[in-house]
Design a protein around this ligand. Sequence first.
Ligand code: ADP
Ligand code: MG
Length: 152
Amino acid sequence: MKQVRLITNSAEQTRQLAEKLAAFLSAGSLITLSGQLGAGKTTFTQGLARGLGVERRVTSPTFTILKIYQGRLPLYHIDAYRLEGLDQDLGFEEYISGEGVCVIEWSNFIADILPAECINIEFSINDDDSRTLLISGFGEENERIVEQLCIQ
Ligand code: ADP
Ligand code: MG
C-alpha cells in the first residue's frame, strides 16, 4: 500500500488534483471516496470527469445511484449513500471492473462488495475549511499512480 496525505485550499484545487489523477487512470480503475457530507467527494469527481474529457456537468447522483458520463474513457459515478446495509448483489461488476473508470462516493457503505485493488481517498474538513485528502493506493498499479501524483 502506498499512501499520501495532501491538503487542498479550495474546491478548484481539489478538482485540479483529481484532474491530475485522471491522466493516470485506465479501463477498470476504481476510485473509492469516503468522508462526511460536504467534504468534497462530488467536487473531486468533477475534476476526474474534466480530466477524462467529460463535457457534461457532474452533479451528485444521490437519487440515481449511478450516472454514466462519456469521455476519453466512460466514467461510472456511483453514490452508495442509500445502499448502506443492502445485502444483495447490486450488479455493479460491469462498472467496477468495466471498460471505464469507476468512482464511488460513500464507498464505505458497500465495502464488502468492492475489490481490494483501488485508490481510496478519505476526505476530512479542517478548521480553516481546507480539506485533507488521505490517498491510498492498493495493488501495484495503484501504488505507482499514487507515487506519480506526488511528483510535480
Ligand atoms: P460531498 O460530495 O463530499 O458531499 P461536495 O463536493 O458536494 O461534497 O461539496 C463540497 C463543498 O465544499 C462544495 O460546496 C465546495 O465548493 C466546498 N469546498 C470548499 N473547500 C473545498 C475543498 N478544498 N475541496 C473541495 N470542496 C471544497
Ligand atoms: Mg457527493
